[in-house]
Design a protein around this ligand. Sequence first.
Ligand SMILES: [Zn+2]
Length: 555
Amino acid sequence: MFDLLIKGGLVVDGTGAPGALADVAIKDGRIAAVGPGIQGEARRTVDAAGRVVAPGFIDPHTHFDVQLLWDGAAKPALEHGVTSVVPGNCSLSLAPLKAEHRQALVGMFQQIEEMPPEAFTQAFDWTWEDFDGYRRAIEPGLSINVAPLVGHSVIRLWVMGADANQRAARPDEIAAMQAVLRASLQAGAVGMSTSFVDVDERARPVPSRFAAFEELDALSAVLGEFGRMLQIVPEFYATDITIARVDQLAELSIRHGIPTTFSPLFDSAFTPDNVTRVLGRVAEQFARGARVWPQMQTRPIDISFSLLRPSLFFARLPGWVRVLRRPLAERIAALKDPETSAKMVEEAGPDGGMAIFGSLVVRGGDEAPAHLAGRTLEDIAAERGEGAARALINVSLEHGLDVAFVAERRGHDDTGRIGPMLANPLVHIGASDGGAHLASFATYGDTGYLFSEFVRSAGALSLEGAVKKITSDPAQIWGLKDRGELREGYAADVVVFDAATIGRGPERPAFDMPGDGMRYVRDATGVEAVVVNGAVAWEAGRYTDAKSGVVCPLN
Ligand SMILES: [Zn+2]
């Protein structure tokens, strides 16, 4: 007796092979058989006629570390067909972490990932310090599978305390870090993440940036004992430095026999040769035997913000950031203060901020004053007889700062260029940043967008090629054991979707985070059922109470 029989769908098995009409039988969390006309009783049968049946999607770059403590489905990732996520990217993870360092980590998460502090204080109890303890804290509640990275910055904090973001490590400290990393890998970490660009909430470089090469080399040697992943955030804004990082990763990959990955890799009109040059070097390094996987996201860069919260939109306007960091009442007072606001307007540029702010659009929906929704700030500013920066401040003040603006298509938005990049066999599709940047953009639906934009509209990838890119490719790159293919004996992570409609819904604000927790989300379209380790976790537009997710076993 099978537990589940998915009948009559177009089975796209994740290997890239052409889809074929077949049934998928599941028993004890594993795929029992794949083929046409499977006979035998099943506790449940799902009719998949006219639908695609594929392995569950894998998202290799997320920051669901915190959310997983109260939401084991990493909503809404799971409903988009994602059955496994990699949290712990960009040098940050929630373990190993001593109690006295919690505040320092929360500050970094807030700055880099734009998470509200309440997410760390109201939604769960800190019951762990080491990595195994974190694993035990999340595992019982998981509906999605998790392959967690351990963060280099927190390993440094554990060993060096307050010196972690002051200096290079001594040999004894490096040895201690190796031991902490080894214990984390033994407890199930899929690898280690590090960052060369991020700063904390006081604009100080994060601890991983103080590591000398000897330290990264010594930690990579430990990764090599297990054959596990090194993930980095390179200086992605500068092509030459990124290429130097590719070379460095290649050395570590070859010397220690490890896979490495870097993210993000963006296409942009400002540096049109960035991706070509970086991919050229990546190809040379693969030819030498290195594994250096660039991660590329599918979606264009859209950034939303209001003056209610600090936003990465203002990263290059420190004067604005200083004002927006203040508590609400003080912030409003500062924005109303003629001297302060004049300085902000001045910082926005000689054109009154038109170049930076003019093309911003007031978001539609509940939060926008009806007469402003959908209009550009340039248009609104002209009507008011003000510059763009001044209009941004005044319109916000007139509505209690609760006016949201969106900067649309600020890079990585040319489908004709990006399609072939995503199709390149050396490009690893990822970098959704799921669970982060909550008030700036929805990090969900990138997989749906892959199908709607790059398979259906542009034809840059075949259906089978796109499925492979987000199933067996990441499973093999990351060493996730028995995942990413619909094959007998493999874990039964399955998504049933409509190839004609799978996509991402419009970006909308949701208020489902702890505390003052607004975030942007996107609903899934065209995904009919999601199965995690044999249990139906999402179906017909709603979550079930299945808790069948696991911390992924590794090869
Ligand atoms: Zn990240």
